[in-house]
Every structure is written in C-alpha cells, then in structure tokens.
Design a protein around this ligand. Structure first.
Ligand code: FES
Ligand code: FES
Length: 205
C-alpha cells in the first residue's frame, strides 16, 4: 500500500517486493551464466596455463636438454631464464641487432625471434659451447688477438655468426664475411677488428 506521504508514488511494500525480485533475478541470471560457461566448454585461466605447458627436448651444446616452456616462450628466454645460459645477449628483442644469435642445426638464428617449441629435437649451440676443456675456440682466440671487441655485448652473437660462416666456408672473402655478419650490429664500431679476427681464424693462426 502506498504511503500517503511518499512523493515518489512507490510504496514501501512495492519497493521491497521489487528489490527481492531483482535479487532473485540476478541469482537466476548468475547461475544461468555459469551453466552457459560450463556448457560452452571454455576453461578458466589456470586450466589454460596448464594446458599451454610443453616439455621439449633438444641438444644444447652437445648435451641432451629438457625444458618446460609455453607456446609463446622464445628460445632466448628459455636459454637465459631457465637454462642459465646467459652468454647469449638480449638487446633489441626485435630481430634487428643479432646479439642473441645462436646456431640451430648449424645455422645462425636470432633466438629472440625463435620459439622454444620450434627447437624441440634440434641441435642448439650457444657461446657457452665454444670453449672446450678450458680452452677457447680458435675463433674466440682470434677475437682476442685482433681486439675484436670493446664492451663485448655484441661479441657472443658475432662469434656464433662467425662460426656458422667458417663451418660452411672455411676461407671466406672479406665481402663474404661482411655479408655473413651483416645481421650483427656492433655499437662500439669494432667491425674492422672483427673482420680481421674472422680472417685470422680462417687462416688458423
Ligand atoms: S636481441 Fe635478438 S636480434 Fe637483437
Ligand atoms: S663491442 Fe660493444 S657492441 Fe660490439
């Protein structure tokens, strides 16, 4: 019944009735949404996360290696954050500088652009695999001998690209060396010494 002094024209009983209907309606709607969600088969975020974990196996610097990765994880993230191979550097994270270069089946790749799941079953070489029995690889020796580095941040990528070049073409011309290293940038401008280092390594000095 309408209160005689209620200017809105809504009685107290009418308001309470409406409110309780509203609560009942939202409860029904809520359970209906839950049923729809269940019926739609859309999993929640935790299930999605668990479903997106993959164990991959590959050979890293000659050793069988396993890692648990998500679909979107890059090889660079997996190497640095999970496998503690921090010699491979993160600079641009965009495929433009070559600091993150590693070898996959002997070919240089930007590990910041390579999905970890894509190296499953493949051979990966990083700068950590160059030294053998405490002795630097001849290419590393040549970089030291020719002062082929200043800050050293580009160096692991430069060395890996140089290895890919010399493995495929042991006696490259200067132009071939420049072409092979064209994806590796050196902000310190050490290019001349790097090219000399590759030449020295190619001559086995
Ligand atoms: S960090 Fe991968 S290309 Fe620069
Ligand atoms: S030595 Fe510094 S970026 Fe190349």
């Amino acid at each position: 019944m309408k209160h005689p002094e209620d200017p809105s024209g809504v009685s107290r009983r009418g308001f309470l009735k409406g409110a309780s209907l509203g609560v009942a309606a939202s409860t029904v709607l809520g359970s209906a949404r839950a049923e729809v969600k269940e019926a739609s088969g859309v999993p929640d975020a935790r299930l999605l996360k668990a479903a997106d974990e993959h164990e991959i196996s590959f050979v890293l610097n000659g050793e069988k290696t396993k890692a648990k990765v998500r679909t979107g994880h890059t090889l660079l993230e997996t190497l640095r954050d999970q496998l503690d191979k921090t010699g491979t550097k993160l600079v641009c994270d965009f495929g433009t500088c070559g600091a993150c270069t590693v070898l996959v089946d002997g070919k240089p790749v930007n590990s910041c652009l390579t999905l970890a799941v894509d190296v499953a079953g493949h051979q990966v070489e990083t700068i950590e695999g160059m030294e053998q029995n405490g002795k630097l690889h001849p290419i590393q020796e040549a970089f030291c001998a020719e002062d082929g580095l200043q800050c050293g941040f580009c160096t692991p990528g430069m060395v890996m690209s140089s290895k890919a070049l010399l493995d495929a073409n042991p006696k490259p011309s200067l132009d071939e060396t420049k072409a092979a290293l064209s994806g590796n940038l050196c902000r310190c401008g050490t290019y001349i010494n790097i090219f000399r280092a590759v030449e020295r390594a190619s001559k086995g000095k």
